[in-house]
Design a protein around this ligand. Structure first.
Ligand code: SF4
Ligand code: SF4
Length: 327
């Protein structure tokens, strides 16, 4: 079959060697359940999803973190990771191991609580502060209309309230050491504008209108997979979007793709090159499929990363990763 958008061809043309460098971050997806169901969500997360990591798999992740000093960071994601019943256990145990812990927190879960059991989650800002967690939260824009268009009616207002509660714990204040980073992704088929100029705009608007402070803004390109890809195809815009990404291919950004220093773990313990490959079920193999149960550092560092058409989303313009632009 001819691949219409061949990432490997671009890698060869630019004489790039995109092998893993090391494993510094373990990004663990602990649930596909979310209190929201955003239009662009690459996880297809929603209140109806039930997949969640069990306690033994979480304990195995902790064993891996403990056994490997090179893995400095645990990055917990979902869905809304706080909806996993073992979320707080995972966080507190990883903190005891002296790992940097990042939580990808959608803000609204603090106010919405658990979408099925209705249990409250309003203690989260305090819990994060107590454990000195780095919080990374999506806020697609600093204006209500665009945020609600992408994430659902009322999301902006709740997000602002949740940000206020994080600020009240010291998050975003220069001298607190409590880091709150926001994530911007374009609403529609655009590439993100410059991270530095958008960060300045966000800071100005959020401070002036809502008295909210945060540390950094990460710009993330919308990945052409799952819900966003379906949306593009429905509107006949998939090819246009792919051309935009390919025309903006940046070899420097390609060298900085996050899969070279990160591994992603699914709720069932399977290992992937990144969260996007996880959602496409492209499990890492090196002679055998790799999971947390047969975790082997040498085998993982010598693996071949599985690239596909979606990878053009990571290499366009200033690059894109879970930590924002890469160039
Ligand atoms: S909040 Fe995040 S995980 Fe939940 S549906 Fe939206 S994009 Fe997906
Ligand atoms: S989508 Fe994943 S595998 Fe592809 S370049 Fe980005 S991080 Fe690497």
């Amino acid at each position: 079959m001819i691949q219409r958008y061949n990432f490997y061809e671009h890698v060869e043309r630019h004489q790039l060697q995109l092998h893993p460098v090391s494993i510094e971050t373990l990004q663990v997806n602990v649930t596909k359940m979310c209190n929201q169901a955003c239009r662009h969500c690459h996880v297809d997360a929603s209140p109806k999803r039930t997949e969640a990591m069990d306690q033994s798999t979480i304990e195995r992740c902790l064993e891996i973190l403990s056994a490997h000093e090179t893995i400095k960071t645990l990055d917990i994601t979902g869905g809304a990771p706080e909806l996993n019943p073992y979320f707080e256990f995972f966080v507190t145990e990883a903190v005891k191991l002296k790992k940097k812990v990042i939580v990808r927190h959608n803000l609204t879960v603090t106010l919405d609580g658990h979408p099925v059991t209705k249990e409250s989650r309003d203690h989260l800002p305090e819990f994060f502060a107590k454990n000195r967690i780095e919080v990374v939260s999506s806020l697609p824009y600093y204006e209500e209309y665009f945020t609600d268009k992408q994430r659902g009616h009322g999301v902006f207002e709740k997000s602002i309230e949740a940000l206020r509660r994080l600020n009240a714990q010291g998050y975003g204040a220069d001298d607190s050491g409590l880091v709150l980073n926001l994530v911007y992704n374009p609403v529609g088929t655009y590439l993100p504008a410059s991270q530095a100029s958008l960060e300045a705009d966000y800071k100005k608007h959020l401070k002036e209108k809502f008295n909210i402070a945060f540390n950094h803004l990460f710009t993330i390109t919308n990945m052409p997979i799952h819900r966003f890809k379906d949306d593009l195809e429905r509107h006949g815009k998939y090819d246009e979007y792919m051309s935009k990404l390919i025309n903006a291919f940046n070899p420097v950004a390609a060298q900085g793709v996050m899969c070279r220093t990160l591994l992603s773990v699914g709720y069932d313990g399977k290992i992937y090159d990144c969260d996007f490959n996880q959602m496409l079920e492209l499990q890492v193999e090196n002679h055998q499929p790799l999971t947390v149960w047969n975790f082997n550092m040498d085998s993982l560092v010598s693996r071949n990363i599985i690239f596909g058409a979606h990878c053009f989303g990571c290499t366009a313009g200033g690059g894109s990763s879970c930590g924002g632009a890469t160039v």
